[in-house]
Design a protein around this ligand. Structure first.
Ligand SMILES: NC(=O)c1ccc[n+]([C@@H]2O[C@H](COP(=O)([O-])OP(=O)(O)OC[C@H]3O[C@@H](n4cnc5c(N)ncnc54)[C@H](O)[C@@H]3O)[C@@H](O)[C@H]2O)c1
Length: 349
């Protein structure tokens, strides 16, 4: 096949870090990819100038990834349809809440032979419950969609600190093509076929991270936090077994699983939320407003959905950690009870 055209849909912190990788890789792998990489950018003003204009002249996203130069072949475009019209590969990397609207706009307007890859962490949560973002993209656009997820903080990746990531693709050839697009000496990509689990890990780890924050807030040390991480991982594996048929335990030992879980339980917003739930009497809404300035945390939303799914299947007692985290977030359980829930966990029986 001739060289493929790549379009990046999204241009925030992670989108810009990925633009640096992809922009450089396509220049080196011209037999596989076209050199120009359009990047759809939601237009914003920054310091009185359009962000697209700043990116296209200074080659730096000074709002979302300051201090990192982007390759000049990455071109910021504020019009979604213009950016994506020739794309053979669409990289979705924007906050989950905008995905549906963006896909609705793209429906019927992209190449029917295109493929997608989602770098988005979290679930789409609708009235029908939890949906994997890659499924949402694939269903709306009628194209295959792989995933990429791992312990990958954008700032560290952009400054070329070594890390690993996991690519999930049901189609092996597409998986290898995506590896060619993303891998660098500092960004190691492993490819697995178990796409659902790769994506699932990225959402469930946020619930466990709230638990890590709860024990931090209570003043416990690293041993207790390690217990939260281990038991949390066991519940993640069990949840995948129950609700996502075909999920493989080995996938949890990839970067998308254990590595991302550990990283998120030590840094990250959901851990911070857990700590604040213990230390302050404020409601979740107030804490969200204070910490995230209006956006919503994924962890509590996912915990709530999981609670509903488990209640329906009469399985609450098999997932006591997920259940306790939900109840503590809802202020229906005293955080002091959390350690009892670890102590009496069914994994210990
Ligand atoms: N930041 C990281 O370190 C990191 C690492 C791995 C994965 N991720 C995942 O990548 C995804 C994107 O995260 P990010 O850190 O790049 O996000 P971000 O918060 O930095 O980016 C916000 C982006 O959303 C755009 N935006 C704002 N309003 C919009 C609208 N109405 N419609 C469309 N776009 C709009 C902004 O212009 C900006 O480009 C998330 O799912 C995140 O979980 C992030």
């Amino acid at each position: 096949m001739s060289a493929r055209s790549v379009c990046i849909v999204g241009s925030g912190n992670w989108g810009s870090a990925i633009a640096k990788i992809v922009g450089n890789n396509v220049k080196e792998r011209r037999e596989h990819f076209k050199e120009c990489v359009p990047m759809y950018m939601y237009e914003e003003e920054f310091n009185g100038r359009k962000l697209t204009e700043i990116v296209n002249t200074e080659h730096e996203n000074i709002k979302y990834l300051p201090g990192i130069k982007l390759p000049e072949n990455v071109v910021a475009i504020p019009n979604l349809l213009e950016a994506s019209k020739d794309a053979d590969i669409l990289i979705f990397v924007l906050p989950h809440q905008f995905v549906k609207k963006i896909c609705d706009e793209l429906q019927g307007k992209i190449k029917t032979s295109a493929i997608a890859v989602s770098l988005i962490k979290g679930f789409a949560i609708s009235e029908e419950g939890i949906q994997l973002i890659s499924r949402l993209i694939s269903n709306i656009l009628s194209i295959p969609c792989g995933v990429l997820s791992g312990a990958n903080l954008a700032g560290e990746v952009a400054s070329e600190q070594f890390c690993e990531t996991t690519i999930g693709s049901k189609d092996k050839e597409i998986g290898e093509l995506l590896k060619l697009l993303f891998e660098t000496p500092y960004f190691h990509c492993s490819v697995v076929e178990d796409t659902d689990t790769v994506e699932l890990c990225g959402a469930l780890k946020n619930v466990v991270a709230i638990g890590a924050g709860i024990v931090d807030g209570m003043g416990y040390g690293d041993n207790t936090k390690a217990a939260v991480q281990r038991l949390g991982l066991m519940e993640m594996i069990k949840f995948a077994e129950v609700f996502f048929e075909g999920s493989k335990t080995s996938t949890f030992f990839q970067s998308c699983g254990i590595a991302d879980l550990v990283a998120t339980c030590h840094g990250g917003r959901n851990r911070l939320l857990g700590e604040n739930v213990v230390k302050s009497k404020k409601s979740l809404k107030e804490l969200e407003k204070e910490i995230l300035k209006g956006q919503s945390f994924q962890g509590p939303l996912v915990a709530k959905e999981i609670y509903g799914m488990l209640e329906e299947k009469d399985m609450l007692n098999r997932f006591p950690l997920f259940v306790a985290i939900h109840n503590i977030c809802e202020r229906k359980m005293d955080p002091k009870e959390f350690v009892n829930c670890l102590r009496n966990h069914p994994e210990h029986l």
